[in-house]
Design a protein around this ligand. Sequence first.
Ligand SMILES: [Zn+2]
Length: 208
Amino acid sequence: MPNSDSVILDQHHALRVTPALAAELKSTGRFAGSRWAPSPNFGPRPDTAKISLLVVHNISLPPGQFGGPEIEQFFCNQLDPSAHPYFESIASLQVSAHALVRRDGSVVQFVSCLDRAWHAGRSCFDGEEECNDFSIGIEMEGTDHTPYTPEQYQSLAMLARLSMMAWPEIRTGRVTGHCDIAPGRKTDPGPAFDWPRFTALLADEEIV
Ligand SMILES: [Zn+2]
């Protein structure tokens, strides 16, 4: 069984999701193998026992550019508004997500899953509003129209499987896109996100 320092992907990108890692996630709120970059943008959940939804997003900063430090700066309220024309309009927003999957598949975590990250905004899933209360929000570094990388799908599937093991109320039908819980307001993760591919990965994933 791998220890928590050696998870996520081996050299063949095999997924290693174990009950021990899921138990660790449930008790600590932290995704094993992720880099911790704490955001101040979170609050308590009304009821930690009710975690029951996973929301997939995308983000890129500056828009359409990948690999820079700006997403982390943004979620940590450290974005320089003068660094890019677009940043002026967003730098004062206080938002976050639980985790970000970068283009190479590496994962950065900003908020404990036990806490309420500020990722969904006004939202509704299956008649329930305020999805931030009961969801885990994961950002894919990307845009609505840029294909996501295989490494990103692998890592997202691992994060989703771990979450589903930790909180079984997150069932397959309760993994959704931001566009689906905030229609007309949000479009991410966009048409580029291959739901059948992701769903197949979730189902096939080896649990060691
Ligand atoms: Zn979003």
